[in-house]
Design a protein around this ligand. Sequence first.
Ligand SMILES: *Cc1c(COP(=O)(O)O)cnc(C)c1O
Length: 375
Amino acid sequence: MSPVRRPGGKPAIPVFDLSAQLSELRADVMAAIERVLDSGQMILGPEVERFEREFAASLGEDLHGVGVASGTAALVVALRALGVGAGDEVVTVANSAVATVSAIREVGAMPVLCDVSEDTALLDLEKLPPLLSPRTRAVVPVHLYGNPVDIDALRDVLGGSDVRVLEDCAQAHGALVGGRPVGTLGDAAAFSFYPTKNLGAYGDAGLCLSRDAEVAARMKSLRTYGFEGGPEARREGWNVRLDELQAAILSAKLPHLPRWVARRRALADRYLTALPAGVRPLRTTPRGTHARHLFVVCVAERAAARAALEATGVASAIHYPVPVHRMPAYAFLGMGEGSLPVSERLAGEVLSLPLYPELSESAVEQVCAALAAAA
Ligand SMILES: *Cc1c(COP(=O)(O)O)cnc(C)c1O
């Protein structure tokens, strides 16, 4: 029998494995780090500019990228740059990273939480219209787990209103709708390069994206004290800059992203053919191409399934165990149990199985066999 845990307590099959990727990239990453250290320029230099340009170009023409300190910072800066602030309402979902909601609060706006579809776990467009009000300034669709929200369908629901669409792309590098990349479909987008994301830094990093040059100029100003070239604040900003080291590392990794996402998709397809009955995969959006950040299934007896996986050395995770409206910090929203029934039900059933580009097919079979034995 293979050991359940390697020395150091690491499971034989982890949910993510950053060390597997580093062994392939070590020389390029070290060269990037040395280049920055030798340059003596650590903040807002050529590496940040290069990464912003290359990342934006990887998604299409005429896009502006603005590097920031994290995905959360990208959401905050993008909301501010779109003119969202105190007194505004912003519609999003409760089954996301807390950051999606905390960013809305950070700019002084009020989150309005919409329930999700049972089959995709994404924003339920049929439940959106009653939540729109004259105060609605923006919608933040979350491309959860890498499964894209159909932004054209969202626009149809919003009609001719001037409600802004900010795509939360933190989990969706590489996802498409109708062949067009997410991040290019709304008025602005926020990406995270948290280490486990499809493209990860070796620390915190993020990026805001917009097609609108004026919005992008505001993003650039907001991330660095509200400056616009000179040492005078033109608007109230902060310091949420991307640093040169992380930008250089991200530039070294960016060329590999399409291959990594393709590999994630191939492994997800393998899961889909091998999952036992009783384990329900989420459905990919029609017209959507999934980026497979996480492979999430729904299981009624989740605790038993997790225990069976753990007994054979397979780690699993839950994204997310508590919907944001049920967290103590957001009790002020006054959304009791049952207010978002689908989000709440999914929170009790979702299970993230191991998925990363270096995972083997045989490991996927092993995970599915352990799930089958538990059923
Ligand atoms: C990771 C994540 C964020 C926040 O990104 P950070 O880089 O961790 O700040 C926001 N939204 C979603 C959906 C995420 O998964």
